[in-house]
Design a binder for this molecule. Structure first.
Ligand code: ADE
Length: 224
């Protein structure tokens, strides 16, 4: 997979890819992530990327020209499966969307700022609009990092134990069951006996029951 991220704040998007699982995925060549500073696609001394909105009103709008130049430049090099725009009015990210995106080859992710991008960018280039939740961030960069993390960890070979993404919370519309590690007793708090029994069919059944109970209590909407 190749991901090209278009941003006015590339510095916000360096550290997420420099640690742990995402770093290893890049080192293993399972994913390439390229950051593109939108200001490199501006003309003029001010490297202007935003302007006042037509019709008046508070807040600046990201201009079409630098974004179109950047996306057109990328599209001239290769074909892209999706151009994703991170925006609070997009479709809310969930595990199913992350699964679908993880099957793509080449992605462009556009990070919005201010009041968002000129609508014509969306009409011309964007194929998919994603929100990471019903709240407004100062820009799309952290949302893009969240999306990349959710997607990259699903790529084959990224997780050591490939089956472990399959047992994640949400992977089958259930929350994950509680987990424990050593010590088996801490300040009088004991690990459920069943987990120490070595009876794996029974342990599996217990985990399924716990997952269902937790989902019923915390996220009944997932069971509908
Ligand atoms: N940009 C600002 N807020 C956002 C959100 N909640 N999701 C995606 N992109 C955003």
């Amino acid at each position: 997979m190749r991901i090209d991220i278009i941003t006015v704040l590339p510095e916000l998007l360096t550290s997420p890819f420099e640690a742990s699982i995402l770093k290893r995925a890049i080192e293993k060549d399972l994913v390439e992530v390229h950051l593109h500073n939108l200001r490199d696609y501006t003309s003029g001394n001010y490297k202007q990327v935003d302007d006042y909105q037509f019709g008046g009103g508070a807040g600046m709008v990201m201009m079409i020209e630098p974004i179109d130049k950047c996306i057109s430049h990328l599209k001239a090099e290769r074909t892209y499966d999706e151009v994703i725009y991170m925006t609070p009015d997009g479709e809310t990210l969930n595990q199913s969307i992350a699964n679908q995106i993880s099957l793509k080859e080449n992605l462009i992710i556009l990070c919005g700022h201010y009041k968002g991008v000129d609508q014509r960018v969306r009409d011309m280039h964007v194929t998919c609009e994603i929100s990471i939740g019903d709240y407004v961030l100062s820009g799309g960069e952290l949302a893009a990092a969240v999306l990349c993390d959710a997607v990259i960890r699903l790529l084959p070979g990224v997780l050591n134990d490939e089956t472990s993404a399959l047992t994640d919370t949400f992977q089958d519309n259930l929350l994950a069951p509680p987990v424990y590690t050593r010590p088996s007793e801490y300040k009088g708090m004991e690990v459920p006996k069943i987990l120490l029994s070595g009876d794996f069919p029974k342990i599996e059944k217990w985990r399924e029951e716990q997952a269902l109970e937790r989902t019923q209590k915390r996220r009944p909407d997932l069971l509908q």
